[in-house]
Write a protein that binds this ligand. Structure first.
Ligand SMILES: [Zn+2]
Length: 182
């Protein structure tokens, strides 16, 4: 596209906060990390370290409360776009405008991915189970499918390390971002 004087028009996306180039097609500013589409509150991309810490906290709480306490806690904080681990660290799940994710989306984010991967693997187990000759065969299959499940989960999480907007695969699938204050 050219301006009326014939010279090429150059668009530079400038961050509304730090006034540095914010990076084309990115939700978070490449320079300062603020969520540019969010008008009111200062939302920054949550760091991979904070994401990992929240994940580990969630698992610790699940383990300590046999899952029940964690579920009750989730029922309260999901409305704010958080899981218990995220709530403790001040992280929250939002859409690209910074609006907190709905409780439904938070539940889907916590369970949808695991359920989808788990279902696929379960079907594989059923199909392979039909040709398994012994219980030992089935247990071995179960073991390898569990290993596969965790590999897929780690691959999903590892994606956020090299993503400009720190989105894992399940974040991309659901259109969610994870933000934290600074
Ligand atoms: Zn900026």
């Amino acid at each position: 596209m050219t301006a009326s004087d014939g010279r090429p028009r150059i668009y530079v996306l400038e961050c509304r906060v730090c006034a540095q180039p914010s990076g084309a097609g990115r939700y978070f500013c490449a320079s300062c990390g603020i969520l540019n589409a969010a008008e009111s509150n200062a939302a920054y991309a949550a760091s991979p370290r904070a994401r990992l810490a929240a994940f580990l906290l969630d698992y610790l709480i699940i383990w300590l409360t046999a899952g029940v306490g964690w579920l009750l806690w989730l029922a309260i904080v999901a409305r704010r776009g958080q899981s218990p681990g995220k709530a403790l660290l001040g992280l929250r799940v939002c859409d690209r405008t910074g609006r907190a994710a709905s409780a439904r989306l938070v539940w889907l984010r916590e369970f949808g991915w695991d359920a989808a991967v788990g279902t696929v693997l379960f079907v594989v187990l059923l199909l392979l189970g039909a040709v398994a000759r012994s219980v030992g065969d089935l247990l071995e299959l179960w073991f390898w499918l569990t290993v596969l499940f965790w590999l897929v989960s780690f691959g999903d999480a590892a994606r956020l390390l090299r993503d400009a907007d720190r989105q894992s695969w399940h974040d991309r699938a659901l259109g969610t971002l994870v933000v934290g204050g600074r």
